[in-house]
Design a protein around this ligand. Structure first.
Ligand SMILES: NC(=O)c1ccc[n+]([C@@H]2O[C@H](COP(=O)([O-])OP(=O)(O)OC[C@H]3O[C@@H](n4cnc5c(N)ncnc54)[C@H](O)[C@@H]3O)[C@@H](O)[C@H]2O)c1
Length: 354
């Protein structure tokens, strides 16, 4: 059994989740860590018992020559660390969503990793939750009949959550390609956030198998009153000719089929979702056919949908996919969004958006 050496860069909330998950799995050896924050670095190195650590990710990677280069930095830091990952000689780069802040950057990342022949995995790990899996099982069993609609919405804003929603909608729809999208957005408040986004956005997706996708994130997205914890107010599901099944990120799953109504538990939980998420990286490195469910190509397809929706707000009308390079979407959006406060779908959103 091969043990894969790992370097983790960025040691905030998600970096520590990743470092712990790699550390706890015998298929990996967490060999190096790196972050800008030197106080955090020494503490984390002691805690994780890592011998190679420093504030220069490239220097650490050269010392360690990892099999997996993992980085969990804010969304502003992507392409430069992808380049460090390629230079490190790693066979797999694992990183956080969103994959980029513009389509241009996503295209550059995809080209760089494909040219280098490197696998990538992006952390849309909610799908490992038992409630997410149950909905997929119900869809695949045929109990909903012919699926005609997939949907997802979140109270949290676009670059935090919309790529999660789209990733699971695509999964529930058999990863069918998107042919075109159309969208609308409002509100400048979150454009200056670390996850820059319109305050609210809604999009329609035409999938190649005829299924319709509906996605919304932010201040105007419907509430999920069954869930108390604001960040977990997300609903993702599928409707078919015979019923529907949906997951609530913080509130289990439910379905109505020909046989009647059913429901069950489940709540997004890093402690439960991270171990199988990292373990599947070892399986993919062992065997090219065991493609990771959160592979970078899938994340790219989801990001393209997200940026297509923004281009529709900017240019108006339907946007045909795939997308080529263009004006950075978030900068262009700032110029076209009306200077009016966003309207809320429920009072619970007031503290975040107004
Ligand atoms: N998949 C999920 O469920 C999930 C949940 C929360 C956050 N995220 C994503 O994870 C990413 C990180 O979020 P977080 O909550 O861990 O943030 P954080 O602020 O807690 O941590 C970010 C870390 O990156 C370090 N850093 C910043 N710039 C760096 C650089 N140039 N080089 C090296 N290190 C650098 C910071 O010092 C910090 O340690 C974001 O993209 C966020 O969207 C994903």
């Amino acid at each position: 059994m091969k043990v894969y050496k790992v370097v983790v860069v960025g040691l905030g909330k998600r970096g520590m989740h990743h470092a712990a998950a790699f550390n706890n799995d015998p298929r990996f050896e967490l060999t190096g860590i790196s972050t800008r924050d030197t106080a955090k670095l020494a503490k984390a190195a002691a805690e994780l018992q890592v011998t190679h650590f420093g504030d220069d990710p490239l220097a650490i990677s050269r010392e360690v020559t990892p099999d997996i280069f993992c980085f969990c930095t804010p969304p502003t830091v992507r392409l430069p660390l992808i380049q460090v990952g390629i230079e490190s000689g790693a066979r797999l780069i694992a990183y956080e969503k969103p994959i980029a802040l513009s389509m241009n950057e996503a295209i550059a990342i995809r080209k760089a990793v494909n040219d280098a022949g490197i696998k990538t995995v992006v952390s849309h790990q909610h799908r490992y939750g038992q409630h997410y899996q149950k909905v997929k099982e119900i869809i695949d069993s045929g109990a909903l009949g012919r699926i005609h609609t997939v949907y997802g919405h979140s109270a949290g804003w676009m670059l935090h959550l919309l790529t999660h929603l789209v990733d699971y909608m695509r999964w529930y729809n058999g990863n069918a390609e998107a042919e075109w999208v159309m969208g609308q957005a409002a509100g400048h408040g979150k454009l200056a956030d670390a996850h820059p986004s319109p305050d609210t956005v809604a999009g329609v997706i035409q999938f190649s198998n005829g299924v319709r996708g509906w996605v919304e994130s932010g201040a105007g997205a419907p509430d999920v009153p069954e869930v108390d914890y604001w960040w977990r107010k997300c609903r993702i599901g599928a409707q078919g000719t015979d019923g529907f099944a949906e997951v609530l990120t913080g509130g289990g799953w439910r379905a109505v089929t020909r046989e009647g109504a059913s429901s069950g538990e489940g709540c997004m939980n890093y402690d439960l979702d991270m171990p199988p998420y990292v373990h599947d990286m070892a399986r993919w490195l062992d065997d090219d056919n065991q493609v990771h469910p959160c592979n970078g190509e899938s994340a790219y397809a989801g990001f393209e949908i997200a940026m297509g929706i923004l281009r529709s707000v900017i240019e108006r009308g339907q946007i045909k996919l795939p997308l080529g390079p263009g004006e950075p979407e978030l900068e262009a959006l700032e110029k076209v969004l009306p200077q009016r406060p966003v309207l809320l779908s429920h009072e619970g959103n007031r503290k975040e958006y107004l």
